[in-house]
Design a protein around this ligand. Sequence first.
Ligand SMILES: Nc1ncnc2c1ncn2[C@@H]1O[C@H](COP(=O)(O)OP(=O)(O)OP(=O)(O)O)[C@@H](O)[C@H]1O
Ligand SMILES: [Mg+2]
Length: 86
Amino acid sequence: MPATDAAGSPVVELVNVSRRFITPDGKSMTAIRDFNMSVARGEFVAVVGPTGCGKSTTLNLVTGLARPSSGEVRLFGQALLKRAPA
Ligand SMILES: Nc1ncnc2c1ncn2[C@@H]1O[C@H](COP(=O)(O)OP(=O)(O)OP(=O)(O)O)[C@@H](O)[C@H]1O
Ligand SMILES: [Mg+2]
């Protein structure tokens, strides 16, 4: 069953989110690919993983400091930001 708030939407939702960066040598690198997660109201979530796995990138997307290259971040069922320009 999906995690939902009282109104029926997850508090935080990442739907098929990918985030790519251009490296200093001009190559495209994918930090997060097709990532999905859902956080319900009152739920405690920890983001854990080895260095470079995309924790800070994920949190930057959830807080709106960065935009996904594809996919969508939703807060209370509303799209947070449109995706980054191609
Ligand atoms: N602005 C950027 N430009 C290019 N590559 C980036 C950029 N930001 C992150 N990356 C790359 O994306 C990947 C994920 O980085 P991120 O900082 O999200 O990892 P992290 O899990 O927070 O690591 P750490 O535990 O070291 O903080 C890494 O390979 C990193 O080098
Ligand atoms: Mg980090």
